[in-house]
Ligand binder design. Sequence first.
Ligand SMILES: NC(=O)c1ccc[n+]([C@@H]2O[C@H](COP(=O)([O-])OP(=O)(O)OC[C@H]3O[C@@H](n4cnc5c(N)ncnc54)[C@H](O)[C@@H]3O)[C@@H](O)[C@H]2O)c1
Length: 365
Amino acid sequence: MSKKWEFLYLSQEDCIAAGGTDMGGAMQAVERSFFLHGKGDFIQPGKPVIRWGGPETEETTGRIMSMPSWLGGSSYKEELEKRNLIGPVDTAGIKFIPARPWNPEKYGLPRASALIIIVDPETLIPACVMDGAIVSAMRTGAAAGVAAKYLANPDAKVFGLVGASVQGRTQLMGMKKGVPSLEICRVYDINNKTANQFAKEMSACSQMKIEVVDRSERAIREADVVSTATIASAPYVQADWYKEGVFHAESSFWDTHPEALQVMDLIFVDDWYQVKHHGVDVSWRAVRDGVIEESRIIGNLGEVVAGKKRGRTERKQRILFNPIGLAIHDLSEAHRVYQNALQMGIGRKIRLFKNPEAWLKKIHL
Ligand SMILES: NC(=O)c1ccc[n+]([C@@H]2O[C@H](COP(=O)([O-])OP(=O)(O)OC[C@H]3O[C@@H](n4cnc5c(N)ncnc54)[C@H](O)[C@@H]3O)[C@@H](O)[C@H]2O)c1
Protein backbone atom coordinates (compact mmCIF):
# COMPACT_ATOMS: atom_id res chain seq x y z
CA MET A 1 0.00 0.00 0.00
CA SER A 2 1.23 3.45 -0.92
CA LYS A 3 2.26 5.57 2.02
CA LYS A 4 2.04 8.87 0.19
CA TRP A 5 -0.66 11.34 1.22
CA GLU A 6 -2.30 14.21 -0.62
CA PHE A 7 -4.90 16.66 0.64
CA LEU A 8 -7.32 18.72 -1.40
CA TYR A 9 -6.62 22.45 -1.38
CA LEU A 10 -9.57 24.80 -2.03
CA SER A 11 -8.91 28.50 -2.64
CA GLN A 12 -11.66 31.11 -2.28
CA GLU A 13 -12.37 30.82 -5.98
CA ASP A 14 -12.66 27.02 -5.64
CA CYS A 15 -15.06 27.44 -2.69
CA ILE A 16 -17.29 29.71 -4.79
CA ALA A 17 -17.25 27.20 -7.67
CA ALA A 18 -18.18 24.44 -5.20
CA GLY A 19 -21.29 26.30 -3.97
CA GLY A 20 -19.74 28.19 -1.05
CA THR A 21 -21.83 31.33 -1.70
CA ASP A 22 -25.14 29.45 -1.93
CA MET A 23 -27.12 30.59 1.12
CA GLY A 24 -29.67 27.80 0.65
CA GLY A 25 -26.93 25.18 0.96
CA ALA A 26 -25.29 26.99 3.90
CA MET A 27 -28.63 27.07 5.74
CA GLN A 28 -29.05 23.29 5.27
CA ALA A 29 -25.53 22.69 6.61
CA VAL A 30 -26.00 25.01 9.59
CA GLU A 31 -29.44 23.66 10.47
CA ARG A 32 -27.80 20.21 10.38
CA SER A 33 -25.19 21.30 12.94
CA PHE A 34 -27.85 22.97 15.14
CA PHE A 35 -29.87 19.75 14.99
CA LEU A 36 -26.87 17.55 15.90
CA HIS A 37 -25.93 20.02 18.65
CA GLY A 38 -29.45 19.66 20.06
CA LYS A 39 -29.01 15.87 19.96
CA GLY A 40 -25.60 16.08 21.67
CA ASP A 41 -23.84 14.41 18.71
CA PHE A 42 -20.79 16.69 18.68
CA ILE A 43 -17.49 17.44 20.44
CA GLN A 44 -16.52 21.09 20.72
CA PRO A 45 -13.89 22.32 23.17
CA GLY A 46 -13.87 25.98 24.26
CA LYS A 47 -12.07 28.05 21.65
CA PRO A 48 -8.62 29.39 22.54
CA VAL A 49 -8.29 33.09 21.69
CA ILE A 50 -5.19 35.24 21.37
CA ARG A 51 -5.97 38.87 22.16
CA TRP A 52 -3.82 41.73 23.31
CA GLY A 53 -5.92 42.86 26.28
CA GLY A 54 -9.46 42.43 27.61
CA PRO A 55 -12.45 41.17 25.59
CA GLU A 56 -13.27 44.67 24.28
CA THR A 57 -9.88 44.83 22.50
CA GLU A 58 -11.12 42.23 19.98
CA GLU A 59 -12.92 45.08 18.19
CA THR A 60 -10.00 47.51 18.45
CA THR A 61 -6.76 45.50 18.06
CA GLY A 62 -8.11 42.16 16.87
CA ARG A 63 -7.90 38.50 17.83
CA ILE A 64 -6.85 35.05 16.61
CA MET A 65 -9.20 32.15 17.29
CA SER A 66 -8.73 28.40 16.82
CA MET A 67 -11.97 26.46 16.61
CA PRO A 68 -11.74 22.64 16.63
CA SER A 69 -14.75 20.33 16.58
CA TRP A 70 -16.09 16.90 15.68
CA LEU A 71 -19.60 16.47 14.31
CA GLY A 72 -21.44 13.15 14.03
CA GLY A 73 -24.67 12.38 12.20
CA SER A 74 -24.64 8.68 11.33
CA SER A 75 -26.94 7.87 14.30
CA TYR A 76 -29.49 10.36 12.87
CA LYS A 77 -29.06 9.61 9.17
CA GLU A 78 -32.76 9.04 8.46
CA GLU A 79 -33.93 12.07 10.37
CA LEU A 80 -31.34 14.27 8.64
CA GLU A 81 -32.57 13.04 5.27
CA LYS A 82 -36.22 13.51 6.24
CA ARG A 83 -35.45 17.11 7.22
CA ASN A 84 -33.49 17.68 3.99
CA LEU A 85 -30.34 18.38 6.02
CA ILE A 86 -27.82 16.76 3.65
CA GLY A 87 -26.58 13.81 5.73
CA PRO A 88 -24.00 12.82 8.36
CA VAL A 89 -20.60 14.53 8.77
CA ASP A 90 -18.77 12.07 11.08
CA THR A 91 -15.44 13.79 11.02
CA ALA A 92 -13.43 16.55 12.68
CA GLY A 93 -11.86 19.81 11.64
CA ILE A 94 -10.54 23.14 12.79
CA LYS A 95 -10.91 26.75 11.71
CA PHE A 96 -8.00 29.12 12.33
CA ILE A 97 -9.31 32.67 12.09
CA PRO A 98 -7.23 35.78 12.70
CA ALA A 99 -8.95 39.20 12.47
CA ARG A 100 -7.52 42.74 12.43
CA PRO A 101 -10.11 45.53 12.60
CA TRP A 102 -7.93 48.03 10.73
CA ASN A 103 -7.35 45.85 7.65
CA PRO A 104 -10.24 47.26 5.53
CA GLU A 105 -9.35 50.94 6.11
CA LYS A 106 -5.56 50.65 6.11
CA TYR A 107 -4.90 47.95 3.54
CA GLY A 108 -8.16 47.33 1.68
CA LEU A 109 -8.00 43.78 3.07
CA PRO A 110 -10.76 41.90 4.93
CA ARG A 111 -10.93 42.20 8.73
CA ALA A 112 -11.06 38.41 9.05
CA SER A 113 -9.29 35.73 7.02
CA ALA A 114 -9.29 32.02 7.75
CA LEU A 115 -8.10 28.54 6.92
CA ILE A 116 -10.06 25.36 7.66
CA ILE A 117 -8.65 21.84 7.89
CA ILE A 118 -10.92 18.78 7.64
CA VAL A 119 -9.44 15.39 8.53
CA ASP A 120 -9.97 11.99 6.96
CA PRO A 121 -12.29 10.24 9.48
CA GLU A 122 -10.37 6.93 9.46
CA THR A 123 -6.72 8.06 9.70
CA LEU A 124 -7.37 11.58 11.08
CA ILE A 125 -4.79 12.90 8.59
CA PRO A 126 -5.72 16.25 6.96
CA ALA A 127 -7.82 15.53 3.86
CA CYS A 128 -8.81 19.07 2.93
CA VAL A 129 -7.30 22.51 3.53
CA MET A 130 -9.52 25.34 2.42
CA ASP A 131 -10.10 29.05 2.59
CA GLY A 132 -12.28 29.65 5.65
CA ALA A 133 -13.42 33.24 5.11
CA ILE A 134 -16.38 32.37 2.89
CA VAL A 135 -17.52 29.45 5.07
CA SER A 136 -17.15 31.58 8.18
CA ALA A 137 -19.23 34.50 6.90
CA MET A 138 -21.83 32.29 5.22
CA ARG A 139 -22.36 30.14 8.31
CA THR A 140 -22.81 33.24 10.48
CA GLY A 141 -25.54 34.60 8.20
CA ALA A 142 -27.03 31.12 7.96
CA ALA A 143 -27.07 30.72 11.77
CA ALA A 144 -29.05 33.96 12.10
CA GLY A 145 -31.31 32.81 9.26
CA VAL A 146 -32.01 29.43 10.85
CA ALA A 147 -32.69 31.16 14.19
CA ALA A 148 -35.12 33.54 12.43
CA LYS A 149 -36.86 30.60 10.75
CA TYR A 150 -37.59 29.12 14.19
CA LEU A 151 -38.04 32.28 16.27
CA ALA A 152 -39.29 35.20 14.13
CA ASN A 153 -42.92 35.78 13.22
CA PRO A 154 -43.34 34.03 9.86
CA ASP A 155 -45.09 37.00 8.21
CA ALA A 156 -42.37 39.54 9.18
CA LYS A 157 -41.94 42.29 6.56
CA VAL A 158 -39.30 44.75 7.76
CA PHE A 159 -35.67 43.85 8.39
CA GLY A 160 -33.49 46.34 10.29
CA LEU A 161 -29.76 45.88 9.81
CA VAL A 162 -26.90 47.70 11.50
CA GLY A 163 -23.49 47.01 9.93
CA ALA A 164 -23.35 46.66 6.15
CA SER A 165 -19.99 45.01 5.59
CA VAL A 166 -19.15 41.30 5.18
CA GLN A 167 -21.43 39.94 7.91
CA GLY A 168 -24.16 42.43 7.06
CA ARG A 169 -24.41 40.91 3.60
CA THR A 170 -24.68 37.34 4.81
CA GLN A 171 -27.14 38.42 7.54
CA LEU A 172 -29.39 39.89 4.86
CA MET A 173 -29.30 36.74 2.74
CA GLY A 174 -29.74 34.39 5.72
CA MET A 175 -32.70 36.38 7.05
CA LYS A 176 -34.45 36.46 3.68
CA LYS A 177 -33.95 32.72 3.29
CA GLY A 178 -35.18 32.06 6.85
CA VAL A 179 -38.15 34.48 6.65
CA PRO A 180 -39.13 34.73 2.97
CA SER A 181 -41.94 37.25 3.72
CA LEU A 182 -39.34 39.98 4.42
CA GLU A 183 -39.78 42.77 1.86
CA ILE A 184 -37.75 45.74 2.98
CA CYS A 185 -34.36 46.18 4.62
CA ARG A 186 -33.52 49.41 6.46
CA VAL A 187 -29.77 49.52 6.82
CA TYR A 188 -27.42 51.75 8.80
CA ASP A 189 -23.63 51.73 8.80
CA ILE A 190 -21.45 54.32 10.47
CA ASN A 191 -19.61 54.43 7.13
CA ASN A 192 -22.11 55.89 4.69
CA LYS A 193 -20.18 54.67 1.66
CA THR A 194 -20.40 51.07 2.91
CA ALA A 195 -24.16 51.40 3.45
CA ASN A 196 -24.73 52.87 -0.03
CA GLN A 197 -22.62 50.19 -1.70
CA PHE A 198 -24.58 47.54 0.21
CA ALA A 199 -27.89 48.99 -1.00
CA LYS A 200 -26.67 49.14 -4.59
CA GLU A 201 -25.24 45.64 -4.69
CA MET A 202 -27.59 43.61 -2.46
CA SER A 203 -31.06 44.59 -3.58
CA ALA A 204 -31.32 42.33 -6.64
CA CYS A 205 -29.75 39.22 -5.09
CA SER A 206 -31.84 39.48 -1.90
CA GLN A 207 -35.05 40.38 -3.74
CA MET A 208 -35.61 43.09 -1.18
CA LYS A 209 -36.05 46.83 -1.27
CA ILE A 210 -33.11 48.37 0.59
CA GLU A 211 -33.27 51.80 2.23
CA VAL A 212 -30.20 53.44 3.75
CA VAL A 213 -31.10 55.26 6.97
CA ASP A 214 -29.08 57.85 8.88
CA ARG A 215 -29.21 56.33 12.38
CA SER A 216 -29.24 52.85 13.88
CA GLU A 217 -32.46 53.74 15.72
CA ARG A 218 -34.23 54.27 12.38
CA ALA A 219 -33.12 50.82 11.21
CA ILE A 220 -34.40 49.11 14.36
CA ARG A 221 -37.56 50.92 15.60
CA GLU A 222 -40.11 49.62 13.09
CA ALA A 223 -38.33 46.36 12.30
CA ASP A 224 -39.88 42.90 12.74
CA VAL A 225 -36.46 41.26 12.38
CA VAL A 226 -33.18 42.91 13.44
CA SER A 227 -29.52 42.06 12.90
CA THR A 228 -26.57 43.82 14.44
CA ALA A 229 -23.25 42.98 12.76
CA THR A 230 -20.77 45.79 13.44
CA ILE A 231 -17.43 46.28 15.12
CA ALA A 232 -18.91 48.85 17.51
CA SER A 233 -17.09 48.77 20.84
CA ALA A 234 -19.75 50.70 22.79
CA PRO A 235 -23.47 49.86 23.07
CA TYR A 236 -26.16 51.89 21.29
CA VAL A 237 -29.29 49.65 20.99
CA GLN A 238 -31.85 50.84 23.59
CA ALA A 239 -34.65 48.76 25.15
CA ASP A 240 -37.42 51.08 23.93
CA TRP A 241 -36.36 50.72 20.27
CA TYR A 242 -37.77 47.18 20.09
CA LYS A 243 -41.16 46.67 18.49
CA GLU A 244 -43.52 44.06 19.93
CA GLY A 245 -42.90 40.67 18.32
CA VAL A 246 -39.38 41.56 17.20
CA PHE A 247 -36.70 38.94 16.60
CA HIS A 248 -33.15 40.28 17.06
CA ALA A 249 -29.99 38.38 16.08
CA GLU A 250 -27.00 40.06 17.71
CA SER A 251 -24.06 38.42 15.96
CA SER A 252 -21.55 41.08 16.96
CA PHE A 253 -20.82 41.73 20.59
CA TRP A 254 -21.14 45.27 21.94
CA ASP A 255 -24.11 46.78 20.07
CA THR A 256 -26.91 46.24 22.57
CA HIS A 257 -27.09 47.75 26.06
CA PRO A 258 -27.19 44.86 28.58
CA GLU A 259 -30.24 46.57 30.20
CA ALA A 260 -32.12 46.21 26.90
CA LEU A 261 -32.15 42.44 27.48
CA GLN A 262 -34.58 43.02 30.35
CA VAL A 263 -37.40 43.64 27.83
CA MET A 264 -36.74 40.39 25.97
CA ASP A 265 -39.33 37.66 26.59
CA LEU A 266 -37.02 34.90 25.38
CA ILE A 267 -33.25 34.80 25.00
CA PHE A 268 -31.51 32.02 23.09
CA VAL A 269 -27.81 31.49 22.37
CA ASP A 270 -26.04 28.96 20.16
CA ASP A 271 -24.09 27.33 23.02
CA TRP A 272 -24.20 28.79 26.52
CA TYR A 273 -20.95 27.05 27.55
CA GLN A 274 -19.13 28.64 24.59
CA VAL A 275 -20.73 32.03 25.22
CA LYS A 276 -19.54 32.02 28.85
CA HIS A 277 -16.12 30.68 27.90
CA HIS A 278 -15.46 33.48 25.40
CA GLY A 279 -16.91 36.15 27.68
CA VAL A 280 -17.79 38.90 25.18
CA ASP A 281 -21.46 38.35 24.25
CA VAL A 282 -23.99 40.77 25.72
CA SER A 283 -26.09 37.86 27.05
CA TRP A 284 -23.17 36.67 29.16
CA ARG A 285 -22.15 40.16 30.29
CA ALA A 286 -25.76 40.90 31.32
CA VAL A 287 -25.82 37.72 33.46
CA ARG A 288 -22.31 38.26 34.86
CA ASP A 289 -23.13 41.83 35.90
CA GLY A 290 -26.46 40.89 37.49
CA VAL A 291 -28.57 42.76 34.91
CA ILE A 292 -30.60 39.59 34.21
CA GLU A 293 -30.81 36.22 35.96
CA GLU A 294 -29.06 33.28 34.27
CA SER A 295 -32.45 31.52 34.19
CA ARG A 296 -33.56 34.11 31.57
CA ILE A 297 -31.32 32.32 29.06
CA ILE A 298 -33.86 29.82 27.76
CA GLY A 299 -31.30 27.62 26.06
CA ASN A 300 -29.36 26.76 22.93
CA LEU A 301 -31.06 27.09 19.56
CA GLY A 302 -30.16 23.48 18.72
CA GLU A 303 -32.59 22.35 21.43
CA VAL A 304 -35.39 24.14 19.57
CA VAL A 305 -34.28 22.74 16.21
CA ALA A 306 -34.14 19.20 17.66
CA GLY A 307 -37.61 19.65 19.20
CA LYS A 308 -36.48 19.55 22.84
CA LYS A 309 -37.48 23.14 23.70
CA ARG A 310 -40.17 25.46 22.44
CA GLY A 311 -39.27 28.63 20.60
CA ARG A 312 -41.79 31.42 20.01
CA THR A 313 -45.20 30.71 21.52
CA GLU A 314 -46.82 34.16 21.06
CA ARG A 315 -46.74 36.77 18.31
CA LYS A 316 -46.00 39.56 20.79
CA GLN A 317 -42.85 38.02 22.25
CA ARG A 318 -39.60 39.91 21.82
CA ILE A 319 -36.86 37.36 21.21
CA LEU A 320 -33.07 37.71 21.18
CA PHE A 321 -30.67 35.25 19.58
CA ASN A 322 -27.09 35.92 20.66
CA PRO A 323 -24.64 33.51 19.00
CA ILE A 324 -20.93 33.40 19.78
CA GLY A 325 -20.31 31.40 16.58
CA LEU A 326 -19.73 27.65 16.67
CA ALA A 327 -16.92 25.54 15.28
CA ILE A 328 -19.48 22.84 14.39
CA HIS A 329 -21.19 25.29 12.01
CA ASP A 330 -17.87 25.94 10.28
CA LEU A 331 -17.22 22.21 10.07
CA SER A 332 -20.69 21.37 8.76
CA GLU A 333 -20.59 24.08 6.08
CA ALA A 334 -16.95 23.40 5.15
CA HIS A 335 -17.78 19.69 4.82
CA ARG A 336 -20.67 20.53 2.46
CA VAL A 337 -18.37 22.61 0.24
CA TYR A 338 -15.61 19.96 0.38
CA GLN A 339 -18.02 17.18 -0.64
CA ASN A 340 -19.30 19.33 -3.52
CA ALA A 341 -15.71 19.99 -4.61
CA LEU A 342 -14.91 16.25 -4.58
CA GLN A 343 -17.98 15.48 -6.67
CA MET A 344 -17.29 18.29 -9.13
CA GLY A 345 -13.53 17.70 -9.39
CA ILE A 346 -12.72 21.17 -8.04
CA GLY A 347 -9.46 22.07 -6.22
CA ARG A 348 -5.84 21.08 -6.29
CA LYS A 349 -4.27 17.97 -4.75
CA ILE A 350 -1.21 18.88 -2.68
CA ARG A 351 1.25 16.32 -1.39
CA LEU A 352 1.67 16.20 2.37
CA PHE A 353 4.31 13.46 2.12
CA LYS A 354 5.63 10.85 -0.27
CA ASN A 355 7.23 8.69 2.39
CA PRO A 356 6.35 9.59 6.00
CA GLU A 357 9.49 7.86 7.37
CA ALA A 358 12.05 9.48 5.08
CA TRP A 359 12.63 12.50 7.30
CA LEU A 360 13.49 10.26 10.29
CA LYS A 361 16.78 9.38 8.62
CA LYS A 362 17.60 13.04 7.98
CA ILE A 363 17.65 14.36 11.55
CA HIS A 364 20.93 16.10 12.24
CA LEU A 365 22.62 18.24 14.87
N1 LIG B 1 -21.17 35.62 16.30
C1 LIG B 1 -20.58 35.13 15.24
O1 LIG B 1 -20.72 33.95 14.91
C2 LIG B 1 -19.72 36.00 14.38
C3 LIG B 1 -19.09 35.46 13.25
C4 LIG B 1 -18.34 36.29 12.43
C5 LIG B 1 -18.21 37.64 12.75
N2 LIG B 1 -18.81 38.13 13.86
C6 LIG B 1 -18.69 39.54 14.24
O2 LIG B 1 -19.44 40.33 13.31
C7 LIG B 1 -18.89 41.67 13.33
C8 LIG B 1 -18.83 42.21 11.91
O3 LIG B 1 -17.91 41.46 11.13
P1 LIG B 1 -17.47 41.96 9.67
O4 LIG B 1 -16.55 40.90 9.15
O5 LIG B 1 -18.64 42.34 8.87
O6 LIG B 1 -16.60 43.23 10.07
P2 LIG B 1 -16.11 44.44 9.16
O7 LIG B 1 -15.00 45.10 9.90
O8 LIG B 1 -15.90 44.01 7.77
O9 LIG B 1 -17.39 45.42 9.17
C9 LIG B 1 -17.88 46.05 10.32
C10 LIG B 1 -18.85 47.14 9.88
O10 LIG B 1 -19.40 47.76 11.05
C11 LIG B 1 -19.49 49.16 10.80
N3 LIG B 1 -19.58 49.83 12.10
C12 LIG B 1 -18.63 49.93 13.05
N4 LIG B 1 -19.13 50.58 14.14
C13 LIG B 1 -20.42 50.87 13.86
C14 LIG B 1 -21.47 51.48 14.59
N5 LIG B 1 -21.28 51.96 15.82
N6 LIG B 1 -22.68 51.60 14.00
C15 LIG B 1 -22.90 51.14 12.74
N7 LIG B 1 -21.95 50.52 12.01
C16 LIG B 1 -20.73 50.39 12.56
C17 LIG B 1 -18.23 49.46 9.99
O11 LIG B 1 -18.32 50.69 9.30
C18 LIG B 1 -18.17 48.25 9.06
O12 LIG B 1 -18.89 48.48 7.86
C19 LIG B 1 -17.55 41.56 14.05
O13 LIG B 1 -17.69 42.04 15.36
C20 LIG B 1 -17.27 40.07 14.11
O14 LIG B 1 -16.49 39.72 15.21
C21 LIG B 1 -19.58 37.33 14.67
